[in-house]
Design a protein around this ligand. Structure first.
Ligand SMILES: Cc1cc2nc3c(=O)[nH]c(=O)nc-3n(C[C@H](O)[C@H](O)[C@H](O)COP(=O)(O)OP(=O)(O)OC[C@H]3O[C@@H](n4cnc5c(N)ncnc54)[C@H](O)[C@@H]3O)c2cc1C
Length: 79
């Protein structure tokens, strides 16, 4: 079986899919049209709040990083 996977788009879904497929032993190649923000200057200097729903928490759990991400976060409550 060919175990190579190509994913176009390194957004939230593409990145999670790439990680999960790599964890399952697939060889993953990703294509992203935007430059790597770790290597180039991008217009992303603003800070925003990031809200996590149940499915977001499940994604973190599947990726094995939920326990690393949750401690510095806080629960949103509606009063
Ligand atoms: C200001 C803002 C705040 C948000 N806050 C939250 C939040 O707090 N919590 C939350 O859960 N969601 C939030 N969202 C929504 C969340 O960002 C999206 O639901 C999520 O990014 C969708 O993931 P995606 O992988 O489908 O798409 P995207 O994240 O948009 O990723 C798609 C990627 O594909 C790339 N791409 C597209 N076409 C091509 C191509 N032809 N070739 C190569 N690459 C390509 C794009 O450059 C992009 O990087 C927010 C969105 C915005 C705009």
């Amino acid at each position: 079986m060919d175990n190579k996977i190509i994913i176009v788009g390194a957004g939230l879904c593409g990145s999670l899919l790439a990680l999960r497929m790599a964890m399952k032993g697939y060889s993953v190649v990703m294509y992203e049209r935007r430059p790597d923000m770790r290597k180039s200057r991008v217009n992303a200097g603003r800070s925003i709040n990031l809200a996590l729903s149940d499915r977001g928490l499940l994604a973190l759990e599947l990726a094995g990083i939920k326990d690393d991400i949750l401690p510095p976060s806080f629960r949103c409550t509606v009063v």
